[in-house]
Design a protein around this ligand. Structure first.
Ligand SMILES: N[C@@H](CCC(=O)N[C@@H](CS)C(=O)NCC(=O)O)C(=O)O
Length: 214
């Protein structure tokens, strides 16, 4: 199994965290987004959306999208419930992570840390509102729960952890979200937890490299 992976991407980190917790061996293929690695025809053949992560199975098939990769890898394990209703709730959080958490926290963080936006830019303000509303939803859900689904750690927690734990970098005050903060600590206490998310390198700065963002 191979993971086409950008070390500073929290979408990729989701897959790395799950693979570590499953104890699944894999080959990590580093993709330097800002050196133009996703702009090649070869990469587009693996993922027409030109995004990482991409999983390659041992028999040479490709799976794109972090949520789909989590789902495929976790199938049959404790980290993806068997009950149809609980599975549907896992899917619910995987979708909300992509529509609200990733753009509202991750996309904002990326553009602030790499100098693409200033905190007061209208686009940044809009994303901050989205991120705050997402954090509010997570906080409310966690008020009487330890984890997001089925009262146990699942891939819903992995997907949501990936960008939520970086929220301070995007200027969010996590002290305003005590349930979310306590849940972040619970995730970090799970067996096999790793955090190998790298900081953005110099070539990620706006205009410094070549990617779909420039
Ligand atoms: N919906 C996708 C989003 C993936 C995504 O945005 N990946 C970014 C890194 S976080 C990427 O690879 N961008 C490609 C590029 O800039 O060329 C997923 O969840 O896998």
């Amino acid at each position: 199994m191979r993971l086409y992976d950008y070390s500073a991407s929290a979408n990729c980190y989701k897959a790395r965290l799950l693979l570590a917790q499953l104890g699944q061996p894999y080959e990590r293929i580093p993709i330097d987004i800002f050196a133009g690695d996703t702009l090649t025809d070869d990469f587009a053949a693996k993922n027409p959306a030109r995004s990482t992560p991409v999983l390659e199975t041992d028999d040479g098939r490709y799976l794109q999208e972090s949520g789909a990769i989590l789902w495929y890898l976790a199938e049959g394990s404790e980290l993806l419930p068997a009950d149809p209703f609980e599975r549907a709730h896992v899917l619910r959080w995987l979708i909300l992570e992509q529509t609200d958490v990733m753009p509202g926290i991750g996309g904002l963080r990326f553009r602030l840390l790499t100098g693409r936006w200033a905190p007061d830019d209208p686009a940044a303000v809009h994303r901050r509102d989205l991120g705050l509303s997402a954090l509010g939803m997570l906080e409310a859900h966690l008020r009487d729960r330890r984890f997001f689904v089925a009262d146990r750690y699942t891939i819903a927690d992995i997907a949501l952890y990936a960008y939520t734990h970086t929220a301070r970098d995007a200027g969010f005050d996590l002290d305003r979200f005590p349930e979310v903060s306590a849940w972040l600590r619970r995730v970090e206490q799970q067996p096999g937890f790793v955090n190998d998310l790298e900081p953005y390198p110099e070539n990620a700065r706006g205009g410094a490299g070549r990617s779909i963002y420039d």
